[in-house]
Design a protein around this ligand. Structure first.
Ligand SMILES: [Zn+2]
Length: 497
């Protein structure tokens, strides 16, 4: 089924096809590594991950490039404040970002590229723009993009810049539309700032040129898709289009897909409102990475997501419900044979799941399709209507689901452990609302899934041998590790508290 996506450029939902057979060449704007990533950033990264996974499930191969912005205004300012080099400053946050990606089970793009490792290419790109009259050099050695020469400026953000003062300039990387001016491509060195010596002189690149250059270098003149958060539409992506199309004369990206930003507890996230959370803050407050991933993934990317702590709790119980359902299928006792009604449920879920994701990545409807199946199969199993041969197609639906959502395997404990160790090392445990012991108690247990299965098997063996003292001891041991064991008529089920 063909994937349909909302293209910000055409302002329409369009059918997506790559230029070249089954290869999708896509670029997503990565983090600016000046701080720890917050939950708003990760909404966009989770959206990109869901799209990646669905493209692969649909049979595409990916060449996905993500940049690391490791030089920009904020980084230079912060590094100077701390008296360290830009490289020293960004290393820590890049590492933290890569760990955060793992915490949220985000797939690694095929290529992650750093701005500072592609500076000569940026200088050459700017020289090319100057040659064509799209860039000019100011007296101090900075270079600017001449937007009066690019009449299509504004076509992505749908903003009208008519009547704008020609030749006025803006130096900062981030600005609003009222401030749209000739923007800096290259910034001459200021005292105390990092700079590079290049063919166009000394200085450092502006933020926007980084993405134009690295996207072209690694993916070619025209990308299939360019992704990012909606906050990047203007000026960042508008400027990328101007730079790239001015140089190559070709469309820069066929599809521009943007994730909406989120609200936290109904309000715009801000440090002053006290509702600003990094991913690490949320884990230290006692929320599992799988719940956070599930919540971020569950609202379709174009809808505003209201991120609440109540929502996180619900997400945790949804994940638990799915894990229990899977366990029931895997460990329950079912009579031989098959029931056509169950086969039909599995098929409907499988088709709906794909159709809803193909429809502009409607993750909410895709989840609804899976939960409809879970509810009906659970009811049928309670009534003894599920048969042995029904199990594989049901499990196949869960596999299909988890290739996209990736929450069924319980990988939370080691991730939480790593964040606790980090917090302790950084002396950052103040953010832990419940104290370290409680975070451990509610979230982690030292026993792996495999360890739990082994203990349960031992307990079963003890019970069969009528050694109830031993079986009770194992049950107590499991309880201490936060594992709840339930004996049902379908066999033993377990879950983490
Ligand atoms: Zn970018």
């Amino acid at each position: 089924m063909a994937l349909r996506l909302f293209n910000t450029l055409s302002a329409k939902v369009e059918e997506f096809q790559p230029q070249q057979d089954h290869l999708v060449r896509m670029y997503s704007c990565g983090p600016t590594v000046y701080d720890y990533g917050h939950v708003g950033n990760f909404r966009t990264f989770v959206f990109v991950d869901i799209l990646r996974r669905f493209l692969q499930q649909s049979g595409y191969e990916l060449k996905h490039v993500m940049n690391i912005t490791d030089v920009d205004d904020k980084i230079i300012r912060n590094a100077a404040k701390q008296g360290v080099t830009v490289g020293e400053y960004t290393k820590k946050y890049e590492q933290a970002f890569r760990e955060d990606m793992q915490t949220l089970s985000l797939e690694t793009p095929e290529l992650i590229v750093r701005a500072t490792e592609n500076i000569p290419d940026m200088a050459a790109f700017i020289a090319g723009l100057e040659q064509k009259g799209y860039a000019y050099r100011a007296d101090d050695g900075s270079y600017y993009f001449r937007i009066a020469k690019f009449p299509e400026y504004g076509k992505l953000s749908k903003k009208d810049f008519a009547g704008m003062e020609v030749g006025a300039r803006v130096d900062v990387d981030e600005y609003d539309k009222d401030n749209a001016r000739d923007f800096a491509l290259w910034k001459a060195p200021k005292p105390g700032e990092a700079w590079w010596d290049t063919a166009i002189g000394a200085g450092r690149p502006g933020w926007h040129i980084e993405c134009s250059v690295m996207a072209r270098k690694f993916l070619g003149d025209t990308l299939d898709m360019h992704l990012g958060g909606e906050d990047l539409i203007f000026p960042h992506h508008e400027n990328e289009i101007a730079q790239s199309e001015a140089l190559t004369g070709k469309p820069f990206a066929r599809f521009w897909v943007h994730a909406r930003f989120l609200l936290v507890e109904g309000e715009k996230m801000s440090k002053s409102l006290g509702n600003f959370y990094t991913l690490r803050d949320l884990v230290l407050k006692g929320h599992k990475p799988s719940s956070i991933r599930y919540l971020l993934a569950s609202v379709p990317y174009r809808r505003q997501l209201n991120f609440t702590f109540g929502g996180l709790k619900q997400a945790a119980s949804s994940v638990e419900r799915l894990r229990n359902f899977k366990l029931r299928l895997e460990t329950g006792h079912f009579e031989p044979g098959s029931n056509p009604k169950i086969a039909a449920l599995a098929q409907t879920a499988r088709e709906c799941f794909t159709a809803t994701l193909a429809d502009d990545l409607n993750t909410a409807e895709a989840l609804a399709a899976v939960f409809d199946m879970v509810r009906e199969v659970n009811a049928a199993a309670d009534a003894g209507e599920v048969r042995k041969n029904d199990i594989p197609p049901l499990l196949a639906v869960l596999t299909q689901f988890d290739q996209i959502f990736d929450v069924l395997r319980d990988t939370d404990a080691p991730k939480i452990e790593r964040i606790l160790e980090w917090a302790q090392k950084e002396g950052n445990l103040d953010g832990v609302s419940n104290g370290r012991a409680d975070v451990y108690g509610t979230l982690t247990s030292k026993v792996s899934d495999q360890g739990v299965e082994e203990l349960i098997a031992k307990r079963e063996a003890a019970r069969r041998a009528r050694d109830f003292k031993a079986s009770d001891a194992i049950r107590a041991q499991l309880a201490e590790a936060g594992i709840i064991v339930e004996d049902t008529k379908d066999g033993v089920r377990w879950k983490r508290k």
